[in-house]
Ligand binder design. Structure first.
Ligand SMILES: *Cc1c(COP(=O)(O)O)cnc(C)c1O
Length: 474
């Protein structure tokens, strides 16, 4: 038999204050002004529901909370709800282009340019000298021409859009020839075959997973060919018994058969990053020199700028893509445009790029500096938490984000073994929910805090966050 809680005069449920009483409490007046009455009513209801459920499950002898506790819980709930969804985070994962953490951090001057573009009116689509309207997608054409030797260029909101637009403009109702070894899937469910078919073209795979020859491409070219697409396999490597034609050889074939050759290079490093430990990343300028008709790449991978997609190459093809109706749907935003321009200008002096572009700075930093920063952090933390096992350990960092797959960068981390009554997952969770949040990695029951992706100016904040998170276990 179930007792009827609500009807008993002694029931603690009956002693919970009403929604109206709590909403009318003076301590909630500010929240009502700032977040609106409905949000506060909702929060009060959630708090009351939680206690009601607890009281029901504890039966009659539980004490109901007093009014001020309930108000306090409501305020806490409302405060949590206003925490920003996109929060600054300390990236201690050692993954430089961490998609979950927003890929490349931008250079200070690029950030300032984006903020100015957002706050003020700007010459986004206006030639101030001529007083004439210009095209936003082509605004960076001269700059990209200067940097890459490209005849024409356009920018869109990311490289996926650049690929989709190119496919739609060059090959709707026609075939796109792609090697079997390059039918990539990248993060977020982006599958190249689906992009090709999804934007109205037909996929014509050639060769095999490990070997594709020039003759495979040559045989596939016909009346229905819209384009040949070469894709940089940016998140895996095909190793062993492999073959593929050089880009130059493919370009010669494409030219002879009058078929456009498109090269999706993925990351779009503008300087050679091989000396920094990322070998095999194609360079747009080189690809153009080898005779590719259109080169596509991201702005927020190894280039280190804002999320964007860049298309460079033959003028007639760029114009065709730009005129396509989809071009407007993938239009670059003015803040992005401003930030991308400034980032690209940094590369006009390539020697400065590795100082000014945070991504290159992180790639180029020597591991000695990381080691000594880790040592300083460890010494401070050992002093605050003498009972814990805290060490400097050699570690690896990665370019990530679909760049330089499998290539580790020599790095150093702080390793923390949690206390006996704690767990490494709980420690990681406290760090992740701290202020600011810190993202590390768990390896063999230790928490690794990799310094490759932590800006030196964040070290003191990081030390504080580590001290707080190791200070209590629950
Ligand atoms: C990352 C990547 C893309 C997608 O670029 P986004 O800028 O993320 O849209 C396309 N192709 C290749 C080869 C890539 O590496």
């Amino acid at each position: 038999m179930t007792s009827n809680h609500d009807q008993s005069p002694l029931s603690p449920l009956r002693r919970l204050p009403s929604v109206d009483t709590l909403v009318g409490h003076a301590d909630l007046a500010l929240a009502i002004r700032e977040q609106g009455r409905p949000a506060v009513v909702d929060a009060v209801r959630c708090v009351l529901d939680k206690h009601r459920n607890r009281l029901v499950s504890c039966e009659a002898n539980a004490e109901p909370p007093d009014e001020s506790t309930l108000v306090h819980e409501t305020v806490r709930r409302l405060t949590l709800a206003t925490r920003p969804i996109v929060q600054p985070v300390i990236n201690a994962t050692g993954v430089l282009l961490h998609t979950g953490l927003g890929r490349a951090p931008m250079a200070t001057e690029a950030v300032e340019a984006a903020a100015r573009a957002a706050a003020q009116y700007g010459s986004v689509e206006l030639d101030l000298e001529a007083g004439a309207r210009t095209q936003r997608s082509r605004a960076l054409e001269a700059l990209l021409g200067q940097l890459l030797g490209a005849e024409a260029a356009m920018v869109v909101n990311n490289n996926a859009a650049a690929t989709a637009l190119t496919v739609a403009a060059l090959a709707t109702g026609r075939e796109v020839i792609v090697s079997h070894g390059e039918l990539i899937e990248i993060g977020g469910g982006y599958r190249l075959p689906e992009v090709i078919t999804g934007f109205g073209a037909e996929l014509r795979p050639v060769g095999t997973t490990n070997k594709t020859r020039l003759s495979d491409y040559a045989r596939a070219i016909g009346d229905r060919t819209g384009a040949i697409l070469v894709v940089h396999p940016s998140n895996y490597v095909v190793q062993g018994f492999t073959a593929k034609p050089s880009v130059a050889a493919l370009a010669e074939l494409a030219r002879a058969r009058d078929v456009p050759l498109v090269h999706d290079i993925g990351s779009g490093a503008l300087v050679d990053v091989a000396p920094f430990g990322c070998a095999g990343e194609p360079l747009a300028a080189q690809s153009l020199r080898e005779g590719v008709d259109l080169v596509l790449f991201s702005g927020d991978k190894l280039l280190g700028g804002p999320q964007s997609g860049i298309v460079v190459g033959r003028r007639d093809l760029v114009e065709k893509a730009d005129r396509h109706p989809m071009s407007r749907a993938v239009r670059i935003d003015k803040m992005t445009l401003a930030a991308l321009e400034v980032t690209l200008r940094i590369y006009l002096a390539p020697d400065r790029a590795s100082e000014r572009v945070p991504l290159l700075r992180m790639l180029a930093q020597g591991s000695d500096g990381l080691r000594s920063r880790a040592q300083t952090l460890v010494e401070g933390l050992r002093e605050a938490r003498p009972q814990l096992e805290i060490d400097v350990v050699p570690d690896e960092a990665y370019a990530g984000g679909g760049s330089a797959p499998g290539q580790a960068l020599a790095s150093w981390s702080v390793a923390v073994r949690p206390a006996k009554d704690d767990s490494v997952d709980a420690l990681a969770s406290r760090l992740r929910q701290g202020r600011p949040p810190v993202l590390g990695r768990v390896r063999n029951d230790r928490l690794l805090v990799n310094l490759h992706t932590v800006f030196p100016e964040q070290d003191a904040t990081l030390a504080g966050a580590l001290e707080t998170a190791t200070g209590h276990s629950n």
